[in-house]
Design a protein around this ligand. Structure first.
Ligand SMILES: *[C@@H]1O[C@H](CO)[C@@H](O)[C@H](O)[C@H]1NC(C)=O
Ligand SMILES: *[C@@H]1O[C@H](CO)[C@@H](O)[C@H](O)[C@H]1NC(C)=O
Ligand SMILES: *[C@@H]1O[C@H](CO)[C@@H](O)[C@H](O)[C@H]1NC(C)=O
Ligand SMILES: *[C@@H]1O[C@H](CO)[C@@H](O)[C@H](O)[C@H]1NC(C)=O
Ligand SMILES: *[C@@H]1O[C@H](CO)[C@@H](O)[C@H](O)[C@H]1NC(C)=O
Ligand SMILES: *[C@@H]1O[C@H](CO)[C@@H](O)[C@H](O)[C@H]1NC(C)=O
Ligand SMILES: *[C@@H]1O[C@H](CO)[C@@H](O)[C@H](O)[C@H]1NC(C)=O
Ligand SMILES: *[C@@H]1O[C@H](CO)[C@@H](O)[C@H](O)[C@H]1NC(C)=O
Ligand SMILES: *[C@@H]1O[C@H](CO)[C@@H](O)[C@H](O)[C@H]1NC(C)=O
Ligand SMILES: *[C@@H]1O[C@H](CO)[C@@H](O)[C@H](O)[C@H]1NC(C)=O
Length: 876
């Protein structure tokens, strides 16, 4: 039975749009949810905050959006909000158009590391390896280069960058798509990437908002394919403080950077779906963070019509209720919801305005909107315009080469992100007489670099994970070929054995006199729609794949100069061998993309002096991380419940607090030179007093009105109807009920209290009247911290100086707050200057719903990793 003591909140925001108020669905709701702690519900928050046309940086975009949207009729506005259906256009997501005014619609395309499903594109480094550069300008450049490629293909929006997963769980399948389990490194990286993307005229879509930390159980149908019968997707149960201090932090930076779009996730947050959670979308994203762009659903993450619109979702992707049903929660249903008054007109205007403001904000002009010149569903020159139904055969691919000179940048980022974990005089190499390379991960895949769809296998050298976060390799420089070229260039001798099970050949090779051995290993993961070697997206373990641990141990027991190179999607356990005396160096090269071998040679031979820093902690044993994948449902048939009970203590925050020694800590990385840190100085800035924001928003803007004559919404006679295409038109104009085709039409409309209010609403204390990302005073710099860094070695090199704070009380012992990558010549010194703003010193106070600086004494540290904190000072 429905338990009447459970707050209305559960009903309002729950997943079955259900949600709704009829007693019938309340009862069934309890049935499907199963048993879970009633504390994990999401409070309702309505009305959905509307645009602020005066928001800093958005004024011009909103002016242009208003000019455009004011001319639109109801159907045209709905068209902007809804995709035309899966595989019914050239891109992975295509909205309707407004052809009358020359607007061709949005082309939304994967991925965060390059363009998916297109040819003559570049395969960039993973977000994670890019973060390891700790280099803001390289991070920006990568975003810019990726977006220039998108532009050249006619794409409007790039589906990235990623801050969810943040990396709560090292086995999490997609953590390589994002940056790092540190909110500040991820926040800086996501902001720089967004600026790079949007400066090239492409809308960025920061994803997956929020609490999307594992692949298992993210979808009901995917879970069913694996034999799990769950009624709803996994719920990430996150308390308010942890959400703000950890998972929301980088999204706040994304919003502050002016991101045009945020993509909501498949998972639930406190048992309410990510794409209709009024707490996370209305309250936190659009209210507190003042997000002015639009919320787009993850593909088929849209679960309801009226509920999701009222909860703040703006664009349905790819538009259909499930792939290729031909039905939509938006489309005709949204037209109907406006006509029957269930969704207020201002909300649709807000959706259309947000979408077009994002379009204009990045510099687009409708008059020069390019045509899309590729097709996601075939690499052939000719194919179907509507791939799903194989209709309208025409030229669909222009094979436009958009790569420019990005190879150079990719090589630079891969080399500069590569982390030298251990070095006992193994590196740099000079002109070793005889180099032996061992391991499948050094060589090519027998099936070619694109041999498996969406890179869904682990063959040959690993340069990308699998899933939608991939692109097609234009080529892949293997370590085997690049190292051979290098060795031959100075007249050396070279041999490689690329079969990880060829024990005898390996032993024979590495036992030869005067040999330098380079042995490779990898570990792969990816998105949950593909399973590789039993790994359903998330990794099953933290060891190397394909026998590589055995190979490394074999080689090191016979070769006194063994260099280990790792291509992995995250941490792996090195415990068995990292300390082996014959292992003279260990290099983590992450997922380097197309220039893999070249960038590695740059590091091994010292053309680039390594300065990459580990963007995560390397534990001795899996249990040390304190978090893990939920591998089995824990709530009967109800939504699996994932408790984020560790709070903010993930990765190094956890190791430091629990006193666990890792093998290599977050931020660790060696160089071919040495640096000395000295002379820390703290400069206190004169700051204004922190004031909670008060006052009211404007009232909900709304433009034009619409006819109630149903025949005005009929599909025009002349229009084609490709199979399973989604239009905003009504097929049946006899009644709205008939047109809706919803068996529950009119019966489950529970309208949450306040959802229709359009009068000025209170601003939130942690929000701001006009800046995006929260109260502007949060970003006021309070201290500058300066130190001198001297290159005390013989070669020039980069040093990544890291600034940490200790906030005292129940806070992580140290937390990264700023960093800089500085190039210093031997014998010379440079000044590192880091800054600390108000947010950096604050905790989220759940009572005042604001950031507060505690009375605990605070310290700062400057060092070369999270545990090599060479200098410290007290903050007064
Ligand atoms: C989830 O529930 C926790 C515990 O009640 C609460 O602190 C938090 O604010 C909720 N978050 C959301 C997004 O509903
Ligand atoms: C909606 O978009 C579709 C697909 O681009 C287009 O054919 C149709 O004309 C658009 N409808 C309106 C009313 O603009
Ligand atoms: C899944 O579980 C539900 C609820 O227990 C049950 O009604 C349904 O028959 C099950 N489906 C399958 C395919 O086992
Ligand atoms: C409208 O949405 C309902 C579900 O809410 C669905 O059953 C129906 O098929 C949809 N109608 C159209 C025309 O897509
Ligand atoms: C390719 O990789 C898959 C797993 O990713 C493995 O099962 C298969 O044996 C590999 N094939 C070759 C030829 O190495
Ligand atoms: C870990 O998983 C990989 C990939 O499935 C597998 O090759 C390896 O043997 C596993 N390790 C252990 C210790 O089972
Ligand atoms: C190191 O390599 C040498 C061969 O050069 C071998 O004799 C020795 O046993 C190895 N050391 C260990 C600890 O395996
Ligand atoms: C700090 O700023 C306040 C307000 O702007 C001003 O009154 C005060 O003189 C300043 N103090 C210093 C030390 O600059
Ligand atoms: C609307 O009508 C077209 C043309 O008859 C048909 O192909 C399409 O499936 C219909 N759509 C819906 C949602 O009924
Ligand atoms: C209004 O239309 C929407 C979309 O078809 C539908 O879900 C809802 O039940 C309708 N409400 C009423 C009161 O007719």
């Amino acid at each position: 039975m429905w338990n009447p003591t459970v707050s209305l909140a559960l009903v309002v925001v729950s997943s079955i749009y259900a949600a709704s108020a009829t007693l019938h669905s309340q009862e069934s709701k309890e049935g499907v949810l199963g048993a879970y702690d009633e504390k994990w519900i999401s409070d309702p928050y309505y009305p959905s905050p509307w645009m602020n046309p005066q928001a800093d940086g958005w004024e011009d975009a909103y002016m242009k959006a208003k000019d455009f949207v004011s001319q639109l009729n109801l159907l045209e506005k709905v068209n902007l909000t809804t995709g035309v259906g899966w595989e019914n256009g050239p891109c992975v997501g295509n909205t309707g158009s407004v052809l009358r005014l020359g607007f061709k619609g949005f082309c939304n395309q994967d991925s965060p590391q390059g363009i998916r499903f297109a040819d003559y594109v570049s395969a960039f480094t993973s977000g994670q390896l890019t973060a390891a550069t700790f280099d803001r300008s390289l991070i920006y450049d990568r975003g810019h280069a990726m977006a220039n490629e998108h532009k050249g293909k006619g794409i409007t929006m790039q589906l990235g960058p990623v801050a969810g997963p943040l990396g709560r769980i090292p086995e999490g399948g997609r953590i390589w798509e994002g940056f790092a389990p540190d909110p500040v490194l991820t926040g800086i990286a996501i902001a720089e990437t967004i600026k790079g993307i949007q400066d090239a005229g492409i809308v960025a879509s920061a994803k997956h908002y929020i609490g999307n930390e594992q692949e298992r159980f993210r979808q009901v149908s995917e879970s069913a394919d694996h034999g799990y019968n769950i009624s709803e997707t996994l719920s990430s149960n996150i308390d308010d403080k942890t959400l703000h201090e950890l998972y929301l932090w980088p999204f706040a930076d994304a919003v502050r950077a002016g991101v045009g779009s945020i993509l909501c996730s498949y998972t639930q947050i406190n048992n309410s779906y990510g794409c209709q959670n009024s707490k996370t979308l209305n309250n936190i994203l659009k209210g507190e963070l003042g997000f002015q762009g639009f919320v787009v659903s993850d593909w088929a993450g849209h679960q309801s019509g009226v509920s999701s619109a009222l909860a703040g979702m703006d664009m349905s992707m790819p538009g259909d209720t499930a792939f290729d049903t031909g039905l939509s929660y938006f489309g005709a249903n949204l037209t109907i919801a406006l006509l029957n008054g269930t969704v207020p007109e201002w909300r649709l205007d807000d959706m259309a305005m947000r979408i077009m403001a994002a379009y204009f904000k990045v510099g687009n002009r409708i008059e020069d909107q390019p045509d899309v010149n590729f097709n996601s569903w075939t690499y052939d020159t000719y194919g179907y315009k509507y791939a799903y139904g194989s209709e309208d055969y025409e030229q669909v691919n222009g094979h436009v080469d958009v790569r420019g000179d990005h190879a150079r940048l990719i090589r630079e980022i891969a080399a500069k992100g590569t982390v030298l974990l251990k070095n006992n005089d193994g590196l740099p190499l000079k002109t070793p007489k005889f180099v032996a390379v061992v391991g499948e991960d050094a060589g090519p895949s027998l099936y070619g670099p694109n041999g498996c769809a969406d890179r869904g296998c682990d063959n040959g050298t690993l340069a990308m994970g699998w899933g939608s976060g991939t692109s097609e390799f234009p080529y892949l420089i293997t370590p085997d070929s690049a190292i051979q070229n290098q060795v031959l260039s100075y007249g050396g001798r070279y041999e490689s054995v690329l079969d990880n099970w060829a024990e005898d050949s390996i032993l024979t090779l590495v036992s030869k006199p005067e040999v330098t051995c380079i042995v490779f290993g990898n570990a792969d993961s990816g998105e949950g729609f593909i399973t590789v070697d039993g790994n359903w997206g998330d990794r099953n373990n933290l060891t190397l794949w394909r026998n590589a641990d055995q190979v490394i141990q074999k080689v090191s027991s016979s070769c006194s100069n063994t260099i280990v190179v790792l291509h992995t999607v995250g941490p792996v356990l090195l415990t068995e061998w990292y300390n082996h005396p014959n292992i003279t160096a260990i290099v983590w090269a992450g997922l380097p993309g197309q220039e893999s071998g070249n960038s590695l040679v740059d590091i091994l031979w010292g053309k680039v002096n390594p300065a990459g820093r580990s963007p995560f902690t390397w534990a001795r044993q899996r249990e040390d991380y304190g978090t893990d994948i939920l591998y089995e449902p824990n709530n009967g048939n109800g939504p699996p419940q994932q408790a984020y009970s560790e709070g903010v203590y993930i990765d190094y925050r956890h190791f430091d607090k629990a006193g666990i020694d890792p093998i290599f800590e977050f931020g660790h990385g060696l160089s071919y030179t040495t640096f000395n840190y000295s002379n820390i100085r703290v400069i206190k800035r004169n700051v204004t007093k922190y004031e909670p924001t008060v006052g009211l928003t404007i009232k909900a803007p709304t433009f034009g009105n619409f006819s109630l004559n149903l025949s005005d919404y009929a599909l025009p006679d002349a229009y084609p109807y490709p199979t399973a295409y989604i239009y905003p038109y009504l097929n049946n104009t006899s009644s709205l009920e008939a047109a809706s085709m919803d068996p529950e039409y009119g019966r489950r409309d529970f309208i949450p209290p306040h959802a229709y209010e359009s009068s000025p609403q209170p601003l939130l204390p942690a929000g701001d009247r006009s800046t995006s990302g929260g109260n502007r005073l949060l970003y006021e710099i309070m201290y500058e911290v300066i130190a001198t860094i001297t290159n005390t070695g013989d070669v020039a090199g980069d040093e990544v100086a890291q600034l940490y704070v200790a906030l005292g009380g129940d806070n992580p012992p140290v937390q990264l707050r700023d960093f800089d990558r500085i190039h210093i010549k031997p014998g010379e010194s440079a000044t590192f200057s880091g800054s600390i703003n108000r947010r950096d010193l604050s905790n989220w106070d759940v009572v005042s719903q604001n950031w507060v600086i505690s009375d605990e004494p605070k310290k700062v540290f400057i060092g070369s990793s999270s545990r090599k904190l060479h200098l410290s000072a007290v903050l007064h």
